[in-house]
Each structure stands twice: as structure tokens, then as C-alpha cells.
Design a protein around this ligand. Structure first.
Ligand SMILES: [Zn+2]
Length: 167
């Protein structure tokens, strides 16, 4: 994988170089070091942030529906817990997005090859890399596509079942 040099937020010089890449949670982060002021920071792939946003929102919607569709039965504790989940989702996505935004890639720079910390041999890591090549929008849309595929498969199995085996 190749990554661009970025502008360092600390010293404002286009000298923030990608060094290594590691798997974290369900995405990857690329470790950067500034050759000017030797600041170090991890930059999370935008596609991973997109996946977390969509999966988190779907979970919150589903949970929120269960919690709030029957307005009489919602306890204060459940509401507080829900509030924490909302704040949690915002903080895990906003911070890496902010770091991306504050250290923008340098336009027209040469991309640098970065070795992954471990060889990407197992299927999970290849899947992660595949997702990250899709970019931020791809990351946002991918979970919806996966859920859609699962639902259509379920509908298809239901249809076969109904047609050939009578409900
Ligand atoms: Zn710097």
C-alpha cells in the first residue's frame, strides 16, 4: 500500500511521512512521523471511520427503536446508557476524522510505500484492505450493502421455502 505525505498540524510543514501500518480494531491506522519537528501520530483510514459511522448508526437506530417506540416503558437508566452510546460513537469517529482533516495529504506529492506490520495473509486482513481501498464513501455504504445482501438472501430462502415446501 502507498500513502501520501501529509501536512504536519504541529509545524505546518509538508513533512509528515507515513512510516508503518498496523491493524487496529476493524480498520487500519498508518503511523506518521514528521521529519521536521519529529511529531508522531496515527492516522486512521477514512474508510474505517465510514464503516464505524454506518454500523454505529444502524445499531443506534435499532436500539433506539426498541427503547423509544413504546414511550411508556423507557427507564432513565436505559436513556442514560443510550446517551453514552451516542457520545461514544461521536467521539470514536470525530477524533480520527479530525486528525485526518488537520493533517491533510500534500497535493501532488509522491506516494510512499509502507509495509504492514504483519503480512496480510488471513482473510480478515485482506477484507479490511479491500474495504479501505473503497474510501470514505465506500466505507459508509458497505455495511448497508452487506445488510441488504443478507436480507435478500433471507428473502430468497423464504421464497424457495414457501414455493417448494409450502410455508
Ligand atoms: Zn511537524
Amino acid at each position: 500500500m502507498k500513502f501520501p505525505t501529509r501536512t504536519c498540524a504541529k509545524c505546518q510543514k509538508p513533512t509528515l511521512k507515513p512510516i508503518s501500518r498496523r491493524f487496529s480494531g476493524f480498520g487500519t491506522a498508518v503511523q506518521h512521523r514528521c521529519t521536521n519537528c519529529s511529531a508522531e501520530l496515527d492516522i486512521t483510514a477514512l474508510a474505517s471511520i465510514g464503516v464505524v459511522i454506518t454500523v454505529g448508526l444502524m445499531a443506534l437506530l435499532f436500539w433506539g427503536y426498541i427503547l423509544f417506540h413504546d414511550s411508556g416503558g423507557t427507564g432513565l437508566f436505559a436513556q442514560i446508557l443510550y446517551g453514552f452510546a451516542v457520545v461514544g460513537l461521536i467521539s470514536v469517529t470525530a477524533l480520527p476524522a479530525y486528525v485526518n482533516f488537520k493533517n491533510p495529504p500534500v497535493m501532488g506529492c509522491d506516494l510512499e510505500s509502507v509495509a504492514s506490520e504483519s503480512t496480510g495473509n488471513d482473510a480478515m486482513k485482506r477484507a479490511v484492505i479491500w474495504v479501505e481501498n473503497a474510501g470514505f464513501l465506500g466505507g459508509l455504504l458497505l455495511p448497508i450493502l452487506v445488510v441488504g445482501a443478507i436480507l435478500s438472501l433471507a428473502a430468497f430462502i423464504g421464497f424457495i421455502n414457501f414455493t417448494y415446501f409450502g410455508n
